[in-house]
Design a protein around this ligand. Structure first.
Ligand code: HEC
Length: 121
């Protein structure tokens, strides 16, 4: 699973944006924000593999993308200026605002775990 995930990230990064998967926007995104340590730990692992090469979490600076420190504690998302809600972060992972690669292959559990980690920052 770890290796498959790693392989998919490198593909997405190498072949984007032409081969970015295009999928219909799901009608309803139903997110339960988890706060247990297992979800946060699993989310941290995913973040380190898939997100940390473009986003800082330990300082407020823009890297390839904006810092995600305290992302769910601010009123607005930093680039799109949409409300900083778990739903809009899931939308960003599935259908990025501009040049971020899509993580449309993330399972619901992956999305929930990444959100649990982001919420802990
Ligand atoms: C290849 C670089 C790259 C990777 C990897 C990446 N991002 Fe991004 N991210 C960006 C860029 C660039 C932006 C600016 C907005 C855009 O281009 O969509 C962004 C913006 C964002 C935003 C703010 C969106 C807004 O509406 O302002 C969030 C939240 C975010 N990324 C989360 C993530 C998460 C979570 C991951 C890992 C699953 C991730 N990113 C992986 C480059 C990246």
């Amino acid at each position: 699973m770890f290796l498959v995930g790693l392989f998919m990230t490198s593909c997405v990064q190498e072949i984007q944006p032409e081969a970015r998967p295009i999928m219909a926007e799901p009608a309803i995104i139903n997110i339960t924000l988890k706060t247990d340590s297992d979800s946060i730990t699993a989310g941290r692992t995913l973040f380190m593999q898939k997100c940390s090469n473009c986003h800082y979490i330990d300082r407020p600076d823009f890297f390839v993308g904006p810092s995600l420190r305290g992302i769910l504690k601010n009123p607005l998302l930093p680039v799109s200026r949409k409300p900083a809600t778990p739903e809009n972060i899931v939308r960003q992972m599935r259908h990025p605002f501009t040049s971020m690669p899509s993580f449309v292959f993330f399972s619901d559990e992956d999305l929930t775990n990444v959100l649990a980690f982001l919420n802990s920052l």
